[in-house]
Design a protein around this ligand. Structure first.
Ligand SMILES: [Zn+2]
Ligand SMILES: [Zn+2]
Length: 137
């Protein structure tokens, strides 16, 4: 099935054929700032499996000091994509899970970068927690 997503103003829409890799809740400070939330949740896909259906001209990029690039809608500010240097070398991209309107069943499996978790948010699930990135990588 096709996974369909959009930004808040609905001008940017996209579809994703299939996901790959694991899905983590990221508590890093940059995700907190960019999403205006306690954490972000991204799903990874091969670049080739992501197709823009509309609004591609509205996409803007923010490049951070750590060489990561975040893509957002210039009209409504919705966070859409994240790419680290690693993603770029693998030709993969991380997509904000909350941007999807139609989504196959997915199962986030960890909390990452909990060293910077917001004090006002308590993790109450049983998922493994990593201070920084997953220990296996
Ligand atoms: Zn938008
Ligand atoms: Zn993060």
């Amino acid at each position: 099935m096709k996974n369909l997503g959009s930004c808040l103003c609905k001008q940017v829409t996209f579809e994703v054929d299939k996901f790959q890799g694991s899905i983590g809740h990221c508590h890093c400070k940059m995700c907190q700032k960019f999403h205006g939330a306690a954490f972000s949740t991204f799903v990874e896909t091969n670049r080739a499996d992501l197709t823009w259906l509309s609004g591609e001209e509205l996409l803007k990029e923010y490049s951070a000091d750590n060489d990561s690039i975040r893509t957002f809608c210039a009209c409504c500010g919705s966070s859409l994509l994240f790419q680290s240097k690693y993603n770029r070398s693998e030709d993969t991209v991380e997509i904000a899970l909350a941007a999807f309107d139609k989504l196959e069943p997915v199962h986030p499996d960890a909390h990452i970068y909990t060293e910077s978790k917001a004090d006002w948010f308590d993790i109450n699930d049983k998922l493994p927690q990593f201070k920084r990135y997953r220990a296996t990588e």
